[in-house]
Design a binder for this molecule. Structure first.
Ligand code: AHG
Length: 330
């Protein structure tokens, strides 16, 4: 492979031998196209009239930001035009978008969190787009009921992080790879091949303001984390951006765990299984990490509803396994 590798060359190199490559490349290309437009718009958000709320609320009763709505519209528009896409689920939309006109050609269901961490937009903190691509066969027989697919059916997943640079981090089952957008040429170039969680869990990311509502076990784990040292002997640090993509990305690069538990007020936590937990769990596993709802691996959960929530514990494999034992009271 040449030194400068763009996304297309990378996909061809990884999937050139299998027939899904064309489909995957086409779908990912649509996500990437939308993400370049979103990235451009986020960068000029303070200058254009696209900051703030639309004044509307989504199905989760959360205020919809203008950029949320814009990102959602772009992604849905670009993906629904592709005949291999059978259905699209979005955190911003109540019901799954069925595309009956693709019933003979569409083998893929796409799940989207168009702009995760959107409450951070107005204060210029990194946000991200999360996506997952589910494939089901034989595709022509896909019924509406089958759109709610669990982790076994993920064929690719990733996120685009709109940070100090815009990065695409994704996996199509051959490890996790990071690409950085070079805005001067409008291309994502491979910058972080074969990302793996480091063998040290030096950071824990959790919203500690909710600690009065946590279980005793979780409180004990976090208290312990404050005195623990990582494998290099350094004390652990707390880091919480409040944007899953950004927190996950930092932990993937430097080692750590992200926790969004269920608590007394919200037993299933806040995060959505289909739009946030499954795609990030797929990436975590591909990067040698682990993702759990505290008892079971996220990828083994059977979704019941499109907007289902789940507790999420994700990151360094050993630390998450240890946390599962602590939560079980072992
Ligand atoms: P939103 O997209 O509504 O801003 O939610 C973001 C998610 C996730 O990205 C983040 O880690 C978490 O919610 C933050 O929630 P808290 O503010 O409750 O900590």
């Amino acid at each position: 492979m040449p030194k400068l590798v763009n996304l297309t060359a990378h996909l061809l190199e990884q999937h050139g031998h299998d027939p899904t490559s064309r489909d995957l490349a086409a779908i990912i290309n649509q996500v990437v196209f939308a993400s370049k437009l979103i990235s451009r718009d986020i960068n000029k958000a303070g200058l254009a009239d696209i900051l703030g709320s639309t004044g509307q609320f989504n199905v989760q009763a959360e205020e919809v930001q203008k950029l949320d709505a814009h990102a959602n519209q772009l992604l849905v528009e670009l993906l629904s035009g592709w005949p291999r896409v059978r259905a699209i689920g979005s955190e911003e939309i109540d019901a799954i978008i069925d595309l009956p006109e693709h019933k003979n050609t569409g083998c893929y269901v796409i799940m989207l969190d168009p702009l995760d961490g959107s409450s951070n937009i107005d204060v210029n903190v990194s946000v991200g787009t999360i996506f997952s691509i589910f494939k089901i066969e034989p595709c022509a027989r896909l019924t509406k009921k089958q759109y709610l697919l669990g982790g076994d059916w993920v064929t690719a997943a990733g996120y685009v992080l709109y940070g100090s640079s815009t990065m695409l981090v994704f996996s199509s089952g051959y490890g996790v790879h990071g690409f950085t957008l070079d805005p001067s040429i409008g291309e994502f170039l491979l910058s972080h091949p074969h990302l793996r969680f480091p063998d040290k869990s030096s950071v824990y990311s959790i919203n500690e303001a909710y600690s009065p509502r946590w279980s005793e076990e979780l409180r004990g784990y976090i208290d312990q984390a404050k005195t623990d040292r990582d494998v290099t002997g350094k004390p652990k640090k707390a880091r919480y951006i409040g944007s899953l993509v950004s927190d996950f990305h930092r932990n993937l690069l430097t080692g750590g765990v992200y926790l969004y538990p269920g608590d007394a007020a919200a037993p299933q936590g806040k995060l959505r299984l289909m739009f946030e937990a499954i795609p990030m769990a797929f990436l975590a596993h591909q990067a040698g990490g682990r993702a759990s709802d505290g008892r079971r691996p996220i990828l083994e959960l059977r979704p019941r509803e499109l907007h289902q929530r789940t507790p999420l514990y994700i990151g360094d494999r050993r630390e998450i396994a240890h946390l599962e034992k602590v939560l079980a009271g072992a």
